[in-house]
Design a protein around this ligand. Structure first.
Ligand code: F6R
Length: 607
């Protein structure tokens, strides 16, 4: 959510900043800008729209070796050039980019206006610039610290001052910031992907830290000016994973990567010797795991739907009571922390503010909280007591796809290991391992038939609403299918349990309100068929996801897409793929920008 980049070094900063912003554009993409310390003063270039529009505005010969850039996801103020970052004062002595929310900005703004500062935007961020102008006495780092002492809220920020060329000051509180150490050059960004083409040496900033950066190095201090020693981390990967690799969109690429990403989530973690899974990152002894009496999983959005499915897996295999909860609700609910409860937070990005703040609240109360994350080194991954990396690889499209199936896989492994340490037999454990090992191949077989889903999408292009139904472990899949459709196609869709339909949503059904039913050959098939018939009795159209070979469904539903047979708990891993593709093709046929849907951003770092 908003991308920040800064560069100090011998090279021209502008192309590096633009390239960094392109790599972070999935974080926010409604406006963008850069500001450089150029020979004649600060050079500021901003635009409403995407980074491409910004790049077209930036002169090829723009001088300046030190600068900051930003790609925005609006929180305060309309999407326009004035509200785009960087923000400067009228005299253009200071420039600042900010990610997060300054909660007391209104009172500060009134105060600063009364003192004569002229605001040029509607943003909360601009109060930081105003504070700097008043507090600056020849030392930008000092002024930043004093300014931050006056604000409440969250920030990842970077700023420049015309009087201190070649210097960037950054600070973090609740919004990610990473320093990149290059060869005679330094970077600062909200996401290491922005600089991965130039350096793999990174330093993660923590809340309360201020970073002072020049081409030759950086130092970290806290707001009280105490020096903080930092360690350097090495990032794997080349950045090539974040390219489209011949696919028309990141989303299609990421959907199609699922055979490998699911396989990676399992790799090296399944033991045929013990019929169990080995998850070294949990940082818990067998005795501690054995004494877990309850599991609570906190997350948001698609990760929350993964949590709902994970609870079915854990309860059914390991017989441990498990609940999925919205992190945003738990944080403010004064959560109870019972001694035998193990908490999980799920976050693909590892930066979602709602989830991060819930994690901190729980840890403050002494809870043990494990993280299930995709982004290595992300804030949640670092602050959790341990956890499971899903290893899905970079997920660039805003709509989450492969992270969902990889998270489900990670929880199947966790449920298996918990079950094997309780009362699941070796034979049953081995049978589940066999089933799991077959999933990547089954996903590939679904992808091989993806043109059928494109045809299905074409057939239903007329529909303005969809209902999604599923039951048991497929109930969360109904929620996820509806979310995928609405977020990328803007078609209204709602998901619910098939059983709940008769308690209200059935009122919506008529010939122009189609239903997508997840209806595999499982223990609830009979109940689902009754619901299907109730829809048909009201002239509703039904698209069913059914198990291959279940020909009866073909005679009942209007359209059927078959998924390979699988053990009941594994069905969501297969059903997710056609749901993603159906949403994808509908959105593409409607001409939507599926990678960057309107109003959304990847990695929601504000509450
Ligand atoms: C939907 C989607 C969002 C995220 C949610 C949580 O496709 O991507 O609903 O799942 O914002 O994000 P993470 O998992 O990064 O915490």
């Amino acid at each position: 959510m908003c991308g920040i980049i800064g560069y100090c070094g011998p090279r021209r900063a502008a192309p590096l900043l633009i390239e960094g912003l392109r790599r972070m554009e999935y974080r926010g993409y409604d406006s963008a800008g850069i500001c450089l310390g150029a020979p004649g003063g600060l050079a500021l270039i901003k635009t409403a729209g995407k980074v491409k529009a910004l790049a077209e505005k930036v002169p090829a010969d723009l001088e300046g070796n030190c600068g900051i850039g930003h790609t925005r996801w609006a929180t305060h103020g309309l999407v326009n050039e004035q509200n785009a970052h960087p923000h400067t004062d009228i005299q253009k002595r200071f420039a600042l980019v900010h990610n997060g929310i300054i909660e007391n900005y209104l009172s500060l703004k009134q105060e600063l206006q009364a003192e004569g500062f002229v605001f040029q935007s509607e943003t909360d961020s601009e109060v930081l610039v105003a504070l700097l102008t008043g507090l600056y006495r020849g030392d930008l780092e000092k002024a930043v610290k004093e300014a931050l002492g006056r604000v409440e809220g969250t920030y990842g920020l970077a700023c420049l001052c015309i009087d201190e060329p070649g210097l960037i000051v950054g600070a973090r509180n609740g919004s990610p910031l990473v320093v990149g150490i290059g060869d005679g050059e330094m970077f600062l960004a909200s996401d290491y992907n922005a600089m991965i083409a130039h350096t793999r040496q990174v330093v993660y900033c923590e809340d309360g830290e201020v970073i002072t950066l020049t081409a030759s190095g950086f130092r970290t201090t806290d707001l009280a000016n105490r020096r903080i020693e930092k360690s350097i981390d090495h990032i794997d990967g080349t950045g090539a994973e974040a390219e489209k690799a011949g696919f028309p969109t990141f989303m299609e690429k990421e959907i199609c990567e699922q055979p490998e990403s699911v396989d990676r989530a399992m790799r090296g973690r399944l033991s045929r010797e013990t019929g169990s899974a080995v998850l070294g990152g949990l940082n818990m002894s067998a005795r501690e795991l054995r004494s877990v009496g309850r599991i609570r999983i906190l997350s948001a959005g698609t990760s929350y739907y993964a949590a709902l499915a994970a609870c079915y897996m854990i309860e059914s295999l390991a017989r441990i009571p498990s609940t999925a909860e919205l992190a945003s609700e738990v944080r403010y609910a004064n959560p109870l922390v019972e001694p035998d409860t193990l908490f999980f937070v799920i976050s693909q990005s590892g930066e979602t503010a709602d989830t991060l703040f819930a994690l901190r609240e729980l840890k403050r109360k002494g809870a043990r909280v494990l993280g299930v994350c995709n982004v290595v080194g992300s804030t949640i991954a670092r602050e959790a007591d341990g956890g499971i990396y899903i290893h899905a690889g970079p997920e660039i499209a805003v709509a989450s796809t492969k992270a969902f199936t990889s998270t489900l896989t990670a929880f199947l492994l966790f449920a298996l290991s918990m079950a094997r340490s309780r009362d699941l037999s070796l034979k049953a454990g081995l049978a589940l391992i066999d089933e799991l090992s077959a999933v990547p191949g089954k996903i590939q077989s679904l992808l091989d038939r993806r043109q059928d889903l494109d045809l299905l999408a074409q057939k239903y292009l007329w529909a303005g609403n969809f209902l999604y139904l599923g039951r048991g472990i497929n109930y969360p899949l109904a929620l996820e299918g509806a979310l995928k459709l609405k977020e990328i196609s803007y078609i209204h869709a709602e998901g619910t349990s098939s059983a709940e339909m008769k308690h209200g949503p059935i009122a919506l059904i008529n010939e122009s309100f189609p239903t997508v039913m997840i209806l595999p050959q499982d223990s609830l098939r009979g109940k689902n068929i009754s619901n299907l018939k109730e829809i048909k009795a009201r002239q509703g159209k039904v698209i069913a996801l059914a198990t291959a070979g279940d020909e009866e469904i073909s005679s009942l539903a209007d359209d059927v897409f078959f998924i390979p047979p699988a053990e009941e708990l594994l069905n969501p891993l297969l059903a997710a793929v056609p749901l993603q593709l159906f949403a994808y093709y509908l959105a593409r046929r409607l001409g939507r920008n599926v990678d960057q849907p309107r109003n959304l951003a990847k990695s929601v770092t504000v509450e």
